[in-house]
Ligand binder design. Sequence first.
Ligand code: PBG
Length: 332
Amino acid sequence: MTFSTFPSRRMRRLRSHDALRDMVAENHLSTNDLIYPIFILPGSNQREAVPSMPGVYRQSVDLWLKDLDKLVASGIRTYAPFPVTPAELKTDCASEAFNPEGLVQSAIRQIKARFDNIVIMSDVALDPFTSHGQDGLIDTNGYVLNDESVEVLKKQALSHAEAGADMVAPSDMMDGRIGAIRNTLEDAGHVNTCIMAYSAKYASAYYGPFRDAVGSAANIKGGNKKSYQMDPANSDEAIHEIVMDLQEGADMVMVKPGMPYLDIVRRCKQELKVPTFAYQVSGEYAMHQAAFANGWLNKDAVILESLLAFKRAGADGILTYFAPDAAELLSR
Ligand code: PBG
């Protein structure tokens, strides 16, 4: 094949000014793509910084309700609440996870009562509630028990749906939990509660700052989550996980972490063509912030570039702690 001779074909022509560049842009980021994780403290008028996540705060619901006025007005429409459970409520059996008056359940109720037209995506996993920090129940050797854990996850998911969650998001990586949760929701009449399955969740070292934020880090018994979260070496296995979750009733699927796993986002979208989401996790946020604080990277430009990368890979949306910054930048 011969191309027209130099220099009649100039790729730079379409890059010569903003309006032209925008006209041929293949991917776009908008506030509809953003999902904002929020950390909920008990009590009222409580606010604490998360040292390893500069700019991220853990707050009681009353303060979040005030912030949400601004966040919702800025165009962010989906929120993912995570509880900071007091140590005295953590047990080996994680019963606080399905307390109808628990932190997340009451946050969902209050937020949904105040705002129309937003989506609450609630995390389903036991790590904020177990004294040992694992996402499920453990046996005497510290092994995470699958089927016993699923029984608790079902109750947790149902309590979120009853509180008004639009979408439950199991992030625990137990086998069979999507089908079990779907059946539980159907039996209780919650036929329109969506399931966002964290299908391809890797045993990643990028979750460190999140575990600080929810206080599940100190004591992960066994030291890691490799017996249920995926091996970073694997890619085909992610597709199997995703297909199984879809067959069990997942409406949308998640790849996590984000930037180091963009190849998985790409494969999921390309091979399965389903609603595909990615989580730009706490460690990705922390390393970006560290570079911004040192003046090594330009904050505004890099935030948008990092989020656009997800869109280019095929993601339909991104969970990101940068959601407020991104919404502000997109409004300029
Ligand atoms: C656990 C959970 C984790 C995150 C969200 N839910 C981490 C873990 O597996 O320990 C991490 C999110 C982040 O790092 O931002 N159910």
